[in-house]
Design a protein. Structure first.
Length: 182
C-alpha cells in the first residue's frame, strides 16, 4: 500500500516542505503527528522516508541528552525548494495550515476530553470538550444511534481535536456555507 500523496519522492518533499516551513526543531513523535494531520501519507511510508532523509543528510538529528530533535539541513532546504513533484501547491498549503494549528494547540497545552455512555433508551451520548489553562474553550454533547458511531466520533475527536474545534468555529461563523447548499 502506498500513500495517497503518491511516490516516495512526494512523501519526502511533503515532509521537507512542512519541516522547512515550521522552521524549528521537532521531536520524531511531533513530526509524525504533524505529517499525519491530513491523511495524505501513511505511517510506514513516512517512517521509511524519514529515516532515509536523515541518512542522506536532508534532515539533521540533534540530541539534548533527553530527546532527539530534527530539523531540515541546508541540503534538505534545497531539495524541498528545487525538486519537482506532482503535489498540488494547495495540498502543501492546506497541510501546513493544519500542522501549524496542531502545533499551536500543543504549545498552548490544550487538553481534550471525550466520554460516552449508553442512555436509557438504547442510544449513546458523547461528550467532548477542550480545556485551556483550566477554562473550557469548547464543549459539546450529542446523542447518536449506535455504539459504532459513537466510537468513531470519539476516535476522531481524540485524533484531531483541533480540526473539530476549527470546523465547529467555522460553521458557527458561517465560513463554510457550502455545507448548507443541497
Amino acid at each position: 500500500m502506498s500513500s495517497p500523496i503518491g511516490s516516495r519522492r512526494n512523501v519526502k518533499i511533503f515532509v521537507l516542505y512542512l519541516m522547512e516551513n515550521i522552521n524549528y526543531p521537532l521531536d520524531f513523535v511531533t513530526i509524525n503527528d504533524v505529517v499525519m494531520q491530513t491523511d495524505y501519507i501513511i505511517y510506514l511510508d513516512f517512517a521509511e522516508c524519514f529515516h532515509e532523509m536523515v541518512d542522506d543528510g536532508l534532515i539533521i538529528a540533534e540530541s539534548d541528552g533527553e530527546e532527539t530533535y530534527y530539523y531540515v539541513s541546508e541540503k534538505g532546504r534545497v531539495v524541498a525548494r528545487e525538486l519537482k513533484s506532482d503535489i498540488l501547491p494547495s495540498i502543501l498549503d492546506q497541510s501546513l495550515r493544519y500542522a501549524l494549528r496542531y502545533l499551536d494547540f500543543k504549545r498552548r497545552g490544550v487538553k481534550s476530553s471525550c466520554t460516552s455512555e449508553k442512555t436509557d433508551d438504547g442510544r449513546y451520548k458523547i461528550e467532548c470538550s477542550l480545556t485551556e489553562k483550566g477554562v473550557v474553550i469548547y464543549s459539546t454533547t450529542l446523542v447518536v444511534d449506535t455504539e459504532e458511531r459513537v466510537e468513531k466520533m470519539k476516535e476522531n475527536f481524540r485524533d484531531r481535536p483541533e480540526v473539530i474545534y476549527r470546523g465547529v468555529t467555522a460553521l458557527l461563523a458561517g465560513n463554510v456555507n457550502y455545507l448548507f447548499d443541497f
